[in-house]
Design a protein around this ligand. Structure first.
Ligand code: ATP
Ligand code: MG
Length: 229
């Protein structure tokens, strides 16, 4: 039950399409990510950054092989595979249910723990504004929250689920500089030792990453230093 242990990812010959007959958004890409590394994922609007993150979660139609700590995605259940990941999507859709249920879908944590993590990501004062607090019912995709707050809710859920691999899709687009600072601190503390893939348009939010992937015209290049980009 300790898989994944290191969070090493190997992607081999990955091709991703949205429809059987459609064009390949990503074509025959291969790369590796060492366990515990932070990777910056770059590429222009529409290049396929979000598509790659969906493919890693087995949300898109794909050819090729993905291994996490040597375990192929074809050899474990979807549920087991996805449990390895924490995800902060670009556009968040919150499930209808309470804050509590969105933070802790399996009801594993005490209120004290939920509040501690909410405070860590800067959501405590937000949740406190709602009647019933943790028991406030979110509806219609959580539209009472800003997209940035929804992303923080996903971040909090990822901390609680003890995900080994964290996927972040353009957090800097919706978070103000102070909140980004909170995110940076959280990545250092709660996700130290975890594998992090951080997708961004600009290099600046990726300064703390150890290596970089750049999508260009359905293929992918790897860089081990920001100077080479
Ligand atoms: P951005 O920086 O704007 O977030 P991105 O790099 O994340 O862009 P994607 O959203 O992955 O880019 O889109 C890559 C390509 O896939 C685009 O050409 C887009 O039109 C196409 N695409 C994305 N989602 C779908 C979908 N659900 N169905 C069909 N095509 C899609
Ligand atoms: Mg995107």
């Amino acid at each position: 039950d300790c898989w994944p242990n290191r969070g090493q990812m190997d992607v081999q010959g990955l091709t991703v399409k949205y429809t059987e007959a459609g064009r390949a958004v990503l074509s025959d890409i291969s790369f590796s990510v060492d366990g515990g590394q932070s990777i910056g994922l770059l590429g222009r609007t529409g290049s396929g950054k979000s598509t790659l993150l969906s493919a890693l979660l087995r949300l898109a139609s794909t050819d090729g092989e993905i291994l996490i700590d040597g375990v192929s995605w074809s050899s474990v259940s979807l549920h087991t595979w996805r449990k390895a990941f924490g995800v902060v999507p670009q556009k968040v859709f919150i499930l209808t249910g309470t804050f509590r249920m969105n933070l802790d879908p399996h009801g594993r944590y005490s209120d004290e723990e939920l509040w501690r993590v909410a405070e860590e990501v800067g959501l405590k004062s937000v949740i406190e504004q709602f009647p019933d607090k943790l028991d406030f019912q979110l509806e219609d995709g959580g539209n009472v929250l800003s997209n940035g707050h929804k992303q923080l809710l996903c971040l909090a859920r990822s901390i609680l689920s003890k995900a080994r691999i964290l996927l972040l899709d353009e957090p800097s687009a919706y978070l103000d500089p102070i909140t980004l600072q909170v995110l940076r601190k959280t990545l250092k503390h709660a996700f130290s030792g975890c594998t992090v893939i951080l997708s961004e348009h600009r290099v600046e939010p990726l300064l703390e990453c150890q290596s970089f992937l750049m999508i260009e015209g359905s293929s992918m290049k790897s860089y081990d230093s920001i100077q080479k980009l």
